[in-house]
Design a protein around this ligand. Structure first.
Ligand SMILES: Nc1ncnc2c1ncn2[C@@H]1O[C@H](COP(=O)(O)OP(=O)(O)OP(=O)(O)O)[C@@H](O)[C@H]1O
Length: 609
């Protein structure tokens, strides 16, 4: 009878063990915050609840009707409100059945509608919040974990709204109504039944916990053995090269033996537990019928009443049996709500979900200045990544930033884009500090061509249009031509409508970069950041990319994060960074004259190889 496992909706994720939360006033109060999402649909929710209550209540009439029918057949029907005629009782039973079916349909429709709509609202808000959260939030968390909040956690809440809440209400009605009716039917039998209850509950709860612990242990062990498979398959070349097949096979076998050992231990206890439950269940039925039959033979009870009693007892038993799982589901939903609320309560960046609000208000010409910028990542506060960095790039200039790995070059790019707040100092755009602009003003006028170009699953056209969603097809094709991408794009049978990304055509590194350049050209920023790719391209590809970059850098301030010094000789200025400090600043020729300088040293290293 416990249907909490089945779902009435689309969102359930089976088999995913979600952490539970304690059911207490503090947690419930927190979760009440999520109820505001149900508020707009409260009338439907209340109607659904009412229907549910009604159908559960009506369900309680059946045992009485069926028992009454049996007694009526023998001419012994004495229950008030129930007629003495078998056919009349049959017709009443069918009418009630029809009514119940109608009401159940109504409540399922209403609950699913309320849950789907309010959950879509929560999902939308969580997603909006997630994508406007500052970068720092993401550096502390894994994408998989965030993804699971939107999918598994929200599905759990959805299940609770559609199924668990309904089921709890139904079972409570059946339990209270059932027990009351049992007492009115036969106090003696009911007392006999209820007397064994505490023993049963204690055994079931403590055994249940123990068995679940063993099951979890077995699951962990299995996961461990799967890791062995994963590791060896991933590093299969290593396994083969070192002829370690036998070693790995041994490791896997040992791990599997552990799994079997724990599973068998679990099976012993589970077997004992299940046998005990079955014994108790059938024992209770036998005892009730046995004792009931004695009462019937003594004319203390009719056969119909005994039947009614047995049916109510089944209702009550099933209701009790369903509570542990329903309770666990509520706990899981509480845990899920807490985790979702954590995201909803985070402070996001001031970015509107309305595209109109994100237009550029204050235009930037392209002067950029870092003035004594001190910065450390919020996740690693103790490490100063930029320590008093100052440099200038006037509008239209090309400034290269070079330095050893980990010096802080990419960090500078992130700060230009205002991904993080700096600790002290200033970042000035056209002589004004970042506080004088809105976040969207800055980001709208800065574009980055990253090292690793990520293309979204979609067409090439859509991927280029990411730079300016309002651009016409002609403008997009023009940008692609200027980025040296047109030729290879038109080489595909579907041209600009070729799907790329995971399920589409795989583009080479150079091709992806040219798409990114076209994207940036379309955006037409005042300030451009080029995070030069570390992996080198073949010379033809390199030439095409370089040409496209030259086109992109024309007439705008360009900050080039350079890994290969050969590409930046023409830069107006080269800023040399070491351990978060600017150690040199000047043109290529100037810097090469400093014999002790880091730039000269790095150049020699690169050109000598
Ligand atoms: N998101 C982050 N959270 C915490 N620390 C970070 C983060 N990103 C970078 N760092 C640290 O900041 C320092 C500077 O990193 P950054 O990526 O800016 O260096 P880089 O000069 O661009 O290096 P590379 O040439 O290897 O790309 C490094 O010590 C790095 O470990």
């Amino acid at each position: 009878m416990a249907r909490s496992r089945s779902t009435l909706n689309s969102g359930n994720k089976q088999g995913e063990e979600l952490p539970k939360a304690r059911l207490n006033a503090k947690n419930l109060k927190k979760v009440a915050a999520l109820l505001k999402y149900v508020k707009p649909y409260r009338t439907k929710f209340i109607f659904g609840m009412f229907f549910l209550f009604l159908s559960s209540l009506v369900g309680l009439a059946f045992p009485a009707l069926l028992g009454g029918m049996i007694d009526a057949a023998q001419g012994k029907q004495k229950i008030p409100f129930i007629p003495a005629n078998v056919n009349t009782i049959g017709i009443i039973a069918f009418t009630i059945l029809f009514f119940q079916a109608f009401v159940s349909f109504g409540r399922i429709r209403l609950f699913v509608e309320v849950a789907e709509k309010s959950l879509a609202d929560i999902r939308r808000d969580t997603y909006f919040k997630l994508i406007t959260l500052p970068m720092n939030f993401f550096s502390n968390r894994r994408v998989g974990e965030l993804n699971s909040r939107i999918s598994a956690d929200l599905s759990q809440i959805q299940d609770t709204l559609t199924t668990t809440l309904a089921e709890i209400t139904r079972q409570i009605v059946l339990l209270i109504g059932g027990v009351t009716l049992l007492f009115t039917l036969s106090t003696k039998l009911t007392l006999l039944n209820l007397s064994v209850l505490p023993v049963l509950v204690i055994v079931a709860v403590s055994f249940g916990k123990f068995i679940r612990r063993i099951a979890r242990e077995a699951q962990d062990k299995l996961a461990e053995s799967n890791t062995v498979v994963e590791e060896t398959l991933q590093g299969i070349s290593n396994v083969k090269a070192f002829v370690n097949e036998a070693y790995e096979a041994g490791r896997y076998s040992r791990s599997l033996s552990d799994v079997v050992r724990i599973a068998m231990r679990g099976a012993t206890f589970r077997g004992g537990f299940v046998s005990f439950v079955i014994f108790c269940l059938f024992g209770a039925i036998v005892a009730v019928i046995w004792y009931g039959s004695i009462l019937v033979s003594r004319h203390d009870m009719t056969v119909g009443s005994l039947t009614t009693y047995i049916l109510y007892a089944v209702f009550v038993g099933a209701a009790m049996a369903s509570f542990p799982e329903l309770y666990a589901n509520v706990q899981k939903a509480l845990g899920s709500s807490e985790r979702v609320l954590e995201i909803l309560e985070e402070k996001g960046e001031p970015i509107s979900m309305n595209e109109e609000d994100n237009r550029t208000n204050v235009h930037i010409q392209g002067d950029l200045e870092f003035k004594d910028v001190v910065f450390s990542y919020p996740s690693r506060k103790e490490i100063t990544v930029l320590d008093g960095v100052s440099f200038k790039a006037s509008a239209g200039e090309k400034v290269a930033i070079v330095g050893p790995s980990g010096a802080g070059k990419s960090t500078i790019a992130s700060l230009i884009l205002q991904f993080y707040d700096i600790y002290s100092g200033q970042i000035r755009y056209d002589g004004k500090t970042s506080n004088d602009y809105s976040l969207t003003d800055i980001r709208n006028q800065v574009a980055i061509v990253p090292q690793d170009v990520l293309l979204f699953g979609g067409t090439i056209l859509e991927n280029i249009a990411y730079g300016d969603l309002s651009a016409s097809r002609e403008a997009i094709i023009d940008a692609a031509k200027r980025a040296n991408a047109h030729n290879f794009v038109t080489g595909f049978p579907e041209g600009y409508d070729t799907v790329v990304g995971e399920r589409g055509v795989k583009l080479s590194g150079g091709q992806r970069q040219r798409i990114a350049i076209a994207r940036a050209l379309l955006k037409n920023p005042a300030i451009l950041i080029l995070d030069e790719a570390t992996s080198s391209l073949d010379s033809e590809s390199e030439r095409l990319v370089q040409e496209a970059l030259e086109e992109l850098m024309k007439n705008r301030t360009s900050i080039i994060i350079a890994h290969r010094l050969s590409t930046i000789r023409e830069a107006d200025r080269i800023v040399v960074l070491e351990k978060g400090k600017v150690v040199e600043n000047g043109s290529h020729t100037e810097l090469m004259t400093n014999e002790q300088g880091l730039y000269r040293y790095l150049s020699q290293l690169q050109f000598e190889v």
